[in-house]
Write a protein of this length. Sequence first.
Length: 254
Amino acid sequence: PGTTVYLYDCADATTPLDSTVTDTDGKLAFDGLLPGDYMLQYNVPDGHQIISSQADTLTNGFTSCMTLDWGDCDTSKVVCLSRIFDVALKKEVSTPGPYQGGDDVTFEITVYNQGTATATNLVVYDYIPTGLVLNDSNWDEISPQVAEETIATLAGGDSTILYITLRINSSFSGNLVNNAEIVSADGGIDEDSPLATTNDGSTNELATDNNVNDDGPNTPGTGDLPSDEDDYDPALIQVECPEPVCLPIQTNQN
C-alpha cells in the first residue's frame, strides 16, 4: 500500500506516461489506456520490498515489457486493459393521457453510450410498481416487479430506444412511478456510475428526471448530483379516478 507506480511506453523508459499510488490492498489502475506496449516501475519506499507470487522479475524497479490489446491481461504483472464507456438512460411516457384503470401505457427508454468504447450485452431492468403489470412480449418477466431486456451492442456516441408496454390495474387510481435502470454491460467498465451498484426501483429521482449528464452519487464529473445516477431514471403517470366513486389518491413506485 502507498507505493508509487509509474507507467512507461516500452520504447521510452525515461519519461513516464502516468503514475498512480497503490491502494490499501496494494492494487493499482491506470484509466484510459490504448492498446500498446507498456512497462511499470515501482518506487518502493525505504525499508520495503515487493513480495509477489507472480513470476515477473523487477530490474531497477521496472517490470518487463507487456503488450496489451483490449480485454488482455498480463497475469505476471496483474495488469489488464479495459475499455471505458459511459452508459446512461432516460425514461419517458410515450402513450398520451388521460389514463384510467385497464389502459395500456407504453414507455420509451432511451439508452445512451456517452463514451468512446463499444458496450455490449447491456441489460436493462424495468421496475414495475404495484398498479401496473407487464403486457409486452419483447421483455422477459424476471418477477412481477422486474422485467428485463438486453441490447446486444451500443457503439460509443450512439443511442437506441426501447419500448415497454404496461397495463394499469383496473381498480387503481393515483400516481404511478415506473423506473428503469441499466444493471450491467460488457466490453469495459463504466466511466462514472458503477453498474454493479443497482437499485430496487424504490429510489426517488423525480427531482432529476431525464438527467443523463450526471455521475454516480458523490463521484467526480460534470453536474454531479448526489441524488442522481445517469443509468437510472423514472417516469410518472397519473391515473384518473373512475366515476362516480373515487378512493383516496395513492402513489406507488417501484
